[in-house]
Design a protein around this ligand. Structure first.
Ligand code: ADP
Ligand code: ZN
Ligand code: MG
Length: 481
C-alpha cells in the first residue's frame, strides 16, 4: 500500500518591536540575563499589562501579507500551565477570537502551484528561557532568564495542506522571507526569533480522512524540519504497515541521531483552561487603522518579482534570485536608477557580487560595494573602457578597498586600449616579429591566428579590446590586393 503524508505547521515569530508586548522593557536580544525585566513581565502580583501598539501593527502587516482577513475585534486569552519560565502561571495569547484567519501562501508556479491555507495568525507573549548549562553548578541547578518573557510573538498556523517534508521546509522558508521582507521579524533562527512546530500524520494515498497526528516541537532550521518530518513519516508508515496505531503525542527531534523521540502523550497533554484575559480589553483594529497599516506596507515579494520580471524582461529564475530579499531588490533597482543596464546589473549581482558577499560573510544591505558604485563600474564596462576580465579585477579591488571604479581604473592604468591606431600599430609589430606564424597562417594553419592574437594582447599587457584586436588582425592578414 502506498501512503501519503499530511503536514501542518505552527510557526512562532518574534516581532521586531523596541519594547515588549505588555510593558516598556526592551525586547532586544542578547542582554545579560534578567536585565530587561519589570513587575509586568516578571508576573509580580498587581502588575497590569498594557498592549504595545507597534506589536499589533506588525502582526497586522504579517496577516495582510499572508492574505488573511484581519478581524476588527479579537480577544486575548489566558493559556494556563505551570513552567518555571512562565512567571504568571499563564501565557497571554489569543484563542477563540484570533487577530486574523483564512489566509493563503502559494508554493511553486503554474501547473505545479500548491496553495497552502493559513488557518490563523494570533498575537501572544513569549516565555522566559531556562538555562540548563553554562554555570558551575549546572549539573544541579537550572537558571531562568526572563529577558525574553513578554517579547511579542505571532503564531502562524497552517491548514494540513502540506504533503511532503520538502514542501514544509519551503513553506517555512517562504514565511521567513515574507516576515523579514516586511521588517517585522529578523529571521534569526539561531537566536530563536523564528521557531516551528510540525504536525504530521499519514494515510493511505487518496484516503479522505486524516490519520492520527503527532507534533514535533521546536524545529529551528529548515534542514531539521525536513529531517524530522522524513523520520517521523517513515516511523508512522512502519507502524501502520505493521498493523499498529500511531499514538497522538508530542515528540522532540534529536538532531544527533536524526530521530524523533516521544515527549508526552495525549493523556499527559496540558489542559490549558483557556479563558478571556480580564486585564485587557478586546483588541480593536478599525477600518481606518487597517487601511493606514496596509498603505505603509512595502510592495510584497511576489508582486515585486512579477513587476521586475516584466519591466526588465528578466527570466523567472533571475527575477526570483533578485527578489530573494527586499535589500537585494532595492540594490538592483538602485543600480539601474544609477544608470546600470538591467541585464548586466542582474548578471553581476548573481555572479561577482554574490561571490564577494558570501566570501566576506556580508549581507547585501551592508555590501562594501554599493549599488551606485557597481553602476559606475558597469558603465565603464558597458562603454568598453575596460574589458570584462578587467572589470572583475577592478571589482575585487573595489570590494577590498571601498574605492570607486573610476579611481582604480585611472590610478592603475587599467583602461582598455580601444583606439584603432594604437591597436593597428600593435598588430603590425606582432606580424613583423612573428613572420613564421604569419607564414603558417597563410599556409592554412588556422591555429596560428590564436597565437598572433596572444602576441598582440601580450604587447598590450592584456589591455587591448579583444574584439578589435581580432578584427584588425584578421584584416591585416588578408592577402593584399
Ligand atoms: P491541536 O488541537 O492539536 O492543536 P489543531 O487542529 O489546532 O490541533 O491543528 C494544529 C496543527 O496541526 C495545524 O497546523 C493543523 O493544520 C495540523 N493538523 C491538524 N490535524 C492534522 C492531521 N491529522 N495531520 C497533520 N496535521 C494536522
Ligand atoms: Zn517588563
Ligand atoms: Mg490547536
Amino acid at each position: 500500500m502506498s501512503f501519503e503524508a499530511v503536514i501542518g505547521l505552527e510557526i512562532h515569530a518574534h516581532l521586531r518591536t523596541a519594547s515588549k508586548i505588555f510593558c516598556g522593557c526592551s525586547a532586544s536580544f542578547g542582554a545579560p540575563p534578567n536585565t530587561q525585566v519589570c513587575p509586568v513581565c516578571l508576573g509580580l502580583p498587581g502588575a497590569l499589562p498594557v498592549l504595545n501598539r507597534a506589536a499589533v501593527d506588525a502582526a497586522v502587516q504579517a496577516a495582510l501579507a499572508l492574505s488573511c482577513s484581519v478581524h476588527e475585534t479579537s480577544v486575548f486569552a489566558r493559556k494556563n500551565y505551570f513552567y518555571p519560565d512562565l512567571p504568571k502561571g499563564y501565557q497571554i495569547s489569543q484563542y477563540e477570537r484570533p487577530l486574523a484567519t483564512g489566509g493563503v501562501v502559494e508554493l511553486g508556479a503554474g501547473a505545479a502551484a500548491r496553495r497552502i491555507g493559513i488557518t490563523r495568525v494570533h498575537l501572544e507573549e513569549d516565555a522566559g528561557k531556562s538555562l540548563h548549562a553554562g554555570f558551575a553548578d549546572s549539573d544541579r541547578k537550572t537558571y531562568v532568564d526572563y529577558n525574553r518573557s513578554g517579547v511579542p510573538l505571532i503564531e502562524i498556523v497552517t491548514e494540513p495542506d502540506l504533503r511532503s517534508p520538502a514542501d514544509a521546509a519551503e513553506l517555512f522558508a517562504r514565511l521567513r522571507a515574507i516576515l523579514v521582507w516586511l521588517g517585522v521579524n529578523d529571521g534569526n533562527m539561531e537566536e530563536g526569533s523564528l521557531r516551528c512546530d510540525a504536525n504530521v500524520s499519514v494515510r493511505p494515498a487518496g484516503a479522505p480522512a486524516l490519520g492520527t497526528k503527532t507534533e514535533v516541537k521546536n524545529l529551528n532550521s529548515f534542514r531539521f524540519l525536513q529531517k524530522a518530518l522524513e523520520h517521523e513519516i517513515a516511523r508512522q508508515i512502519e507502524l501502520v504497515s505493521a498493523g499498529r496505531r500511531v499514538v497522538q503525542e508530542t515528540r522532540l527531534f534529536d538532531a544527533a541521531s536524526g530521530r524523533t523521540i516521544s515527549m508526552r502523550s495525549k493523556e499527559e497533554a496540558h489542559d490549558y483552561r483557556y479563558f478571556p484575559e480580564p486585564d485587557l480589553p478586546p483588541l480593536v483594529v478599525d477600518a481606518a487603522r487597517l487601511e493606514r497599516i496596509r498603505e505603509a506596507m512595502p510592495e510584497l515579494p511576489d508582486a515585486r518579482r512579477a513587476r521586475l520580471a516584466e519591466r526588465y524582461a528578466l527570466s523567472e529564475h533571475d527575477a526570483a534570485q533578485l527578489t530573494q530579499s527586499r535589500a537585494a531588490a532595492d540594490y538592483f533597482e538602485e543600480a539601474i536608477a544609477a544608470g546600470a543596464p538591467a541585464k548586466l546589473a542582474g548578471h553581476w549581482m548573481m555572479g561577482e557580487l554574490a561571490r564577494a558577499l558570501k566570501e566576506a560573510g556580508d549581507d547585501i544591505a551592508a555590501s562594501r560595494v554599493g549599488a551606485r558604485a557597481l553602476a559606475e563600474l558597469l558603465a565603464l564596462l558597458d562603454a568598453g573602457t575596460i574589458s570584462g576580465s578587467m572589470a572583475k579585477t577592478v571589482f575585487a579591488t573595489m570590494y577590498a578597498s571601498g574605492r570607486p571604479a573610476g579611481e582604480i581604473v585611472a590610478a592603475e592604468g587599467l583602461a582598455q586600449i580601444d583606439d584603432e591606431r594604437q591597436i593597428v600599430a600593435l598588430v603590425a609589430e606582432a606580424l613583423a616579429l612573428h613572420a613564421d606564424a604569419v607564414a603558417q597562417y597563410r599556409g592554412g594553419k588556422a591555429g596560428a591566428f590564436g597565437f598572433l592574437v596572444g602576441q598582440v594582447m601580450k604587447a598590450a599587457r592584456g589591455k587591448a579590446n579583444p574584439a578589435r584586436v581580432n578584427a584588425l588582425l584578421r584584416k591585416a592578414l588578408e592577402p593584399g590586393p
